[in-house]
Design a protein around this ligand. Sequence first.
Ligand code: COI
Length: 355
Amino acid sequence: MGDNSTSDIIINKSATSHIGAVDFENLSFGNTFTDHMLVCDFRNGAWEKPVIKPYEPFLIDPSAKVFHYGQAIFEGMKAYKDTNDDVWLFRPEENFDRFNKSAERLAMPSVPEEVFIGGMKKLIEIEKEWVKKGLGNSLYIRPFMIAIGSGVIAAPSTQYRFMIILSPARSYYSGEVKVIIAEHYSRAANGGIGAAKAAGNYSAQFYPTKLANEMGYQQIIWTDDATHTKLEEAGTMNVFFRINDTLYTAPVSERILDGVTRKSIIELAARENIKVEVRPVLVSELIEAADNGSLKEIFGAGTAAVINPIVGFSYQDKYHELPKLENSMALELKEKLTNIQYKVAEDTFGWTVKI
Ligand code: COI
């Protein structure tokens, strides 16, 4: 146990593949899935043998707690192919640890490493053809766990299903990203589940994000729920602000997800002698910096979105456009990070793990 051993995985391969029908040049994020998935059920207080089987729908009782109480968590990861056709994961232990922290917070059982990482490696090995070479191409990995025990009593389930599905991916956002700074709605509160990658954290954002979309904005930058004065994170990404030549980002907390891309940027920036301050960032500072011209960049950081420059933001009905820079730190850091992920540059951090 604990050695990522995959000998206990049951493999039931699909007789056919639909890879030939996929247009890899025109993928819309998260809509295409590979031929196989991993399924592992928790029953009678223990995990059963994981099974890799053809990707297909499955039946669950309508009273399953996932439907009524949203007892569900997930992770977002990516696999990358280098020029030698080797496939790499990026800091998988970070996602594994965070997944089990989310599980604890949602009163779910922890998933063993040999199922989460060992099973993931085996699944990706089988689906290697789905990982395309070239910067920008990746295989998005979605491990998740749902409560499948039946009964609508509001208590944790006794049965769970852990699954991994894979989706070939290019970019998450197509086009420019403009954001609104939240003045009323909140993503999370102290003591809540904001630090967990719980499904409900995302569905709770759908309505305010829909309102923002209707106004022409792609995302919301969430502020703290108590005062709405501190900038926290964007819906699908952590967020960085460049004022003059320093990057600022909020510290992780009970309200903010401990993003793997976020922490990698902080470490990468330190290596590149880019100053990063991890401290609460006030909305008032941002407005002042936008008004006096010292606000140079805002960018989001997340697995799906990678590093995504934000072109402008709205606050109290006033739109602030960001300057178009020749020397964007966001793009510099994105290039350095993706060069590590695709094995174009040496991985001096030891972040990449071969499948
Ligand atoms: C990711 O970046 O992988 C996430 O989990 C965000 C998701 C909403 C796409």
